[in-house]
Design a binder for this molecule. Structure first.
Ligand code: 13P
Length: 245
């Protein structure tokens, strides 16, 4: 299984930030981990032109290839730049931009059609966790966000509990393990043998100090990291932990 350390810069970073990607490429030039940075779209083209093996991804794409959608960016445009991945259905987009599972599925299909690997994000809210609805919420999101053909092309799933994002609160290791095992089972039920090759990432307050114990869990194949991916120094600690896992 490919191990993936993915950094989601969200709405952070200007051109001087590109040096962080170059530093990562230098430090981890022989890594067996797929190192991925998803910068804001303004940096995407320049990031894709940097030398080194750090993969580049976008943070969102439109469901359509082209058309009258002012301000939007299509998967075709992202792929043309040389990006390999696109994050789809991040909880910030689900809550701030009204993205439903149906829209997420359409975006995921659009990404795969252009040869991009979608990183489909799922995760329960605090209320769902407190009401013991975590697994049912995850099941609904997985069922609704993935097309029936989803596993026939490369795809990545990121489990990001909404309440763990940017808060410093991380689920217990047994809670993470439970959701990842559940995701794997659901994917197998739906996609059969193809499901064993789908990397499952954990996201939500991952740092150098907690990465090793998270990566030691079964069915955790890497991380989707926000704040701790902005500086090469911090992200390197997480990459090192994944290299050792
Ligand atoms: P933090 O690592 O800052 O909690 O963000 C996680 C996230 O939302 C990555 O997509």
């Amino acid at each position: 299984m490919q191990k993936i350390a993915a950094g989601n810069w969200k709405m952070n970073g200007i051109s001087t930030s590109l040096s962080e990607i170059s530093l990562l490429a230098q430090r981890h030039s022989t890594s067996d981990v797929e190192i991925l940075i998803c910068p804001p779209v303004t940096l995407l083209g320049n990031a894709c032109s940097l030398p080194g093996s750090v993969a580049i991804g976008a943070q969102n794409c439109h469901i359509s290839r082209s058309g009258a959608y002012t301000g939007e960016i299509s998967a075709q445009m992202i792929a043309e730049l040389g990006a390999k991945y696109v994050i789809i259905g991040h909880s910030e987009r689900r809550s701030n931009n009204g993205e439903t599972d149906y829209i997420v599925q359409k975006k995921m299909m659009s990404a795969q059609q252009e040869g991009l690997t979608p990183i489909v994000c799922i995760g329960e809210t605090l209320r769902q966790r407190q009401n013991s609805q975590t697994l049912s919420a995850i099941k609904t999101q997985l069922d609704g966000s993935l097309s029936s053909e989803a596993a026939k092309s490369p795809i990545v799933i990121a489990y990001e509990p909404v309440w763990a994002i940017g808060t410093g609160h991380v689920p217990s290791m047994s809670e993470i393990a439970q959701v990842h095992e559940f995701c794997r089972k659901q994917l197998k039920r739906r996609f059969g043998d193809l499901a064993v090759n789908i990397p499952l990432l954990y996201g939500g307050s991952v740092k150098g100090s907690n990465a090793a114990e998270i990566f030691a869990l079964q069915n955790v194949n890497g991380a989707l990291v926000g704040g701790a991916s902005l500086k090469a120094e911090d992200f390197s600690q997480i990459i090192l932990a994944l290299e050792d896992a």
